[in-house]
Design a protein around this ligand. Structure first.
Ligand SMILES: C[S@@+](CC[C@H](N)C(=O)[O-])C[C@H]1O[C@@H](n2cnc3c(N)ncnc32)[C@H](O)[C@@H]1O
Length: 257
């Protein structure tokens, strides 16, 4: 197969978190941001370096480079792409999550194409980097310890906080690595109809790897407390889970150094 056909094969038959377009093929992601991403009010990133924590397949990293003119992106993710669970789960739920994760790895199924592309695992961030010749680099790591990562002009953390036991440490780590500003996209954001005083709310979901739903006010309070200034909302939106007819609420916040 040619380079293009191998890429297309993985786009067509691989397991994807995001829908991504490659020529006339669109991967079947859990979420399709391909049009919505233009409506998120993400600022221009001309000549800026970006740290994308919890970068997954690099859909947002690619957007920062191609559409917002970022200079370079470092993507950090906990995923080792060896079939092990890429989330912080509690012991009693580990078995369930590890069964689920085994089914998320398409490497064996598409091995020939990955090998032809010189990719040693199913990391889609590295696939996008190669397919689109993007100035981005993947580092395995956790948001809880970014000490070995350089500071970047912009830090971005999309849809990760709900999966963390400790969002405070995570946001503080982002603060330490931010030169200009940080953008946080809160997924499954919490809204209460009768929250007249706009109290900062966090709700434990009862799950073992998808811990809390946070209100916009809760995350902005944490951002301010770790040191971010002028924390502001840039977008409220909903996105459909492609498999179900269900939309997940999100809030995007920005905070400055
Ligand atoms: C729900 S996805 C979000 C992907 C993308 N950022 C977005 O906005 O759509 C969360 C990602 O965070 C990663 N992740 C989970 N725990 C992490 C941690 N402690 N540190 C860094 N990444 C983590 C997961 O492997 C997954 O790729």
């Amino acid at each position: 197969m040619s380079f293009e056909n191998d890429v297309k094969n993985i786009f067509e038959n691989g397991i994807w978190y995001h829908s991504v377009n490659f020529q006339n093929v669109k991967s079947k992601g859990t979420f399709d941001y391909t049009n919505l991403v233009y409506e998120l009010n993400l600022p221009n990133m001309k000549n800026k370096t970006v740290l994308d924590v919890g970068c997954s397949d690099g859909f947002f990293s690619k957007f920062f480079l191609e559409e917002l003119s970022a200079d370079s992106v470092t993507g950090v993710d906990f995923n080792e792409y060896d079939g092990s669970v890429a989330f912080d789960v509690i012991k009693s739920r580990e078995d369930g999550y590890s069964e689920k994760y085994k089914t998320q790895n398409d490497y064996e199924k598409l091995k020939n194409s990955y090998l032809n592309l010189d990719l040693k695992d199913s990391n889609k961030f590295n696939l996008l980097k190669k397919a689109f010749e993007l100035n981005m680099i993947y580092k395995t790591g956790s948001i809880y310890n970014l000490s070995k990562i350089d500071s970047h002009d912009i830090t971005f953390c999309g849809s990760l906080l709900e999966h963390l036991r400790d969002p405070i440490t995570a946001i503080e780590q982002l603060y330490f690595k931010t030169n200009d500003y940080c953008i946080i996209d809160i997924s499954n954001s919490l809204k209460r109809k009768f929250n007249f005083f706009d109290k900062p709310l966090i709700k434990y979901t009862g799950a073992g790897g998808n811990f809390y739903h946070h209100s916009k006010k809760a995350i902005s309070l944490i951002m301010e407390t770790v040191g971010f200034k002028n924390v502001d909302s840039i977008k409220s939106y909903k996105i459909k889970i492609e498999k179900y007819d269900y939309k997940i609420p999100h809030e995007i916040l920005i905070g400055y150094k």
